[in-house]
Unconditional design. Structure first.
Length: 357
């Protein structure tokens, strides 16, 4: 049975003042989970804060990076508490609770607000699902808000605990870049998988065009549209960030953002290229299906052409006339069969010469 999804609360925002917190998405977790990570190059402390316990938020410490990861956006009081503690603009809090945002990067006086529509895990491999990830990076701290219970940043958290790479030696803005990089890498991984699947599907369509191929092509086309729709605004946002002065992203971080911009550009180019391949494969599928149909019709036509004169002969001698000289021949039956066999062989020879068989 298909799981019912609770209707969106988006309509409730109509007529409300700007900055009013209204959760507009679908509740995907029962209770929000908050993970606190405080680290520098020499040490790291990770804590899982229970939603039942009173929330204790720590101020960023000198020479440390503080990262709060919140999974589940329906608890508006929790979002508001973080907003008040870190002095986050009320419009940012409104956008965090509104899960219908496009990917964007916005500058504020005390930080940078980032929204990304990230690919999330799906039980159905033929579907691509996305969730909204909101990130606010300030002086010495990063807040990340995930819509789904699936942890997008589990591998990054493991890298931090294992002290792999250079994240521990960098500032909060590098952590924000690393979060973005993980989400873009997921897009690259997904689109590369689609590319490999399309090449396999191409051989299947050429040698065995069946109806399920047509369904797969429409699914891939839809997936590519989702990818392009999600990542195109992110590319434009990264382009704007690299052109203007930022209170958080200095020139050293912009080098990494430029590399991230190149990756988003590659994903968009490949998505457009693969959409062309899907269109070509749809045309190939139709052509192969027509060829297959034409071949069947040709075979049936040849069979009909061969048996029409044979049917005529059989019908001629099946008439109930009293005087038919051939009926009195001793070997008339064998002559008739021989003549019909000769006609059959002549037709086959003719069709072979014409390369219709």
């Amino acid at each position: 049975m298909q799981k019912k999804i609770k209707p969106s609360n988006k309509i409730k925002k109509t007529g409300l003042a700007p900055g009013t917190l209204v959760f507009t998405g679908d509740q995907k977790v029962n209770r929000p989970q908050v993970t606190e990570l405080i680290y520098n190059q020499n040490s790291i402390k990770e804590s899982l804060i229970s939603s039942k316990a009173p929330l204790t938020i720590h101020s960023p410490q000198t020479d440390f990076v503080t990262w709060y990861d919140i999974r589940g956006l329906h608890d508006l009081a929790l979002i508001e508490n973080f907003g008040k503690f870190f002095n986050i603009h009320y419009l940012v809090l409104e956008d965090i609770a509104n899960t219908r945002q496009i990917s964007k990067i916005e500058e504020y006086e005390n930080g940078v607000f980032i929204v990304v529509n990230a690919i999330t895990e799906s039980t159905n491999e033929s579907l691509i699902t996305t969730e909204q990830i909101a990130i606010f990076v300030g002086d010495g701290f990063v807040l990340s808000f995930q819509e789904d219970e699936f942890d997008q940043f589990e591998l990054l958290r493991k890298r931090l605990n294992d002290d792999k790479g250079k994240i521990r030696s960098k500032k909060a803005e590098y952590l924000a870049y690393s979060l973005l990089d993980m989400m873009v890498d997921k897009y690259i991984e997904t689109i590369n998988k689609i590319e490999n699947d399309l090449y396999d599907l191409e051989n299947e369509i050429i040698f065995n065009p069946v109806f399920r191929n047509k369904i797969k092509l429409y699914e891939y086309k839809h997936q590519l549209l989702i990818i392009r729709k999600a990542i195109y605004p992110l590319r434009e946002a990264l382009s704007r960030v690299m052109r203007v002065e930022s209170v958080i992203f200095d020139n050293s971080i912009k080098l990494y953002l430029r590399d991230l911009y190149d990756h988003t550009h590659q994903v968009i180019d490949k998505a457009d290229f693969l959409r062309e391949i899907v269109t070509n494969l749809q045309e190939t599928y139709s052509a192969e299906l027509n060829n297959k149909t034409n071949h069947v019709i040709r075979v049936l036509t040849i069979i009909s052409t061969i048996f029409i004169p044979l049917t005529f002969v059989v019908g001629l001698y099946g008439m109930n006339f009293k005087y038919m000289p051939e009926l009195d021949w001793q070997y008339g039956y064998y002559y008739c069969l021989g003549f019909m066999g000769l006609l059959f062989i002549c037709f086959l020879y003719y069709f072979k010469r014409k390369k219709w068989l």
